[in-house]
Design a binder for this molecule. Sequence first.
Ligand code: ATP
Ligand code: LTN
Length: 331
Amino acid sequence: MEKKKVFSGIQPSGALTIGNYIGALKNFASLQDEYDCFYCIVDLHAITVPQIPKDLRKRSLDVLALYIASGINPEKSTLFIQSHVPAHSELSWVLSTITYMGQLNRMTQYKEKTKKSEENLNAGLFTYPILMASDILLYQADFVPVGDDQKQHLELARDLADRFNNRYSETFKVPEGLINKFGARIMSLQNPETKMSKSDDDENAYILLLDDSDTIRRKIKRAVTDSEGVVAYRDEQPGLKNLLNIYSVFSNEDVESIVRKYDGIGYGMFKEDLAEVVVEGLKPIREKYYQLTSSKDYLEDVYKKGAEKASYFSGKTLRKVYKKVGFIQRA
Ligand code: ATP
Ligand code: LTN
């Protein structure tokens, strides 16, 4: 029997945070035995905000190295760079003709990003969710592991699949999100009301996968908590709740037993232990990453083979789509 398919992508728009790791990346490797997985470096998405070309190139390779360092095996999963597979842009055009402006207008990520940078209100930022839908639908993905912030975009992908299928006949699989119960939304260490984001201006707001141990310790020490002085897991203490989620993910202990362990002990000790748990958790990833970045030929081989495989699968879907909408088959 054919394995079900998984698709996900990460933008090379900045260094990856533990938010990206906990919400998405960490789950990728664990899916690869059961499913046929496609993991993409979505560089076409990244240019919807201004990028320095040299940095974008480096970061794209960094994301590839981090995919592998976090346990994804290129022999099992397909790792590739979005711009190497033209079908993504091509399907995106077709899907844009069945997407309603109103749907895009309602996207919260678009609304937030336009609030932030009024000087770069480009059309790509607006149509970004159509490109994301294309990524997913091209591979007939059954499941899409993402963080909580991508729910609305996924809903659009499902909606477009349905609309196309109804209008032209069954073509796309309607995908489902795989969103963690815990850690689907890791919050900023400086403002636990907002999402931890790699594009935050305050570097104390996030921990990067490649931060060194002392930086991790310093950032956790400075993380905002509250004046209650009790280690508890509740909405009234959002800073602490977030730190407990992070602790739980990196230690594999459940939140209740962590809370019990720090009963009657102040935040200082809790934070010190949390820092060590995170430092230890990230160390193997960082070490593997540094090994990989010195093997450029190996990385090139991975993304080359990945693009070939991805082109094969996506090409099949795109040809079907072109035929159904009435384009003459290329002679
Ligand atoms: P930015 O923070 O710059 O807006 P991003 O990190 O949200 O970008 P991506 O790099 O494309 O954007 O995100 C990759 C994956 O990481 C997505 O599945 C996203 O849902 C997840 N993710 C991002 N931030 C968090 C977070 N704070 N908590 C949990 N998951 C997250
Ligand atoms: N929009 C996503 C990144 C992304 C993605 C995808 C995720 C682009 N294409 C396809 C899953 C599947 C984000 O996290 N900002």
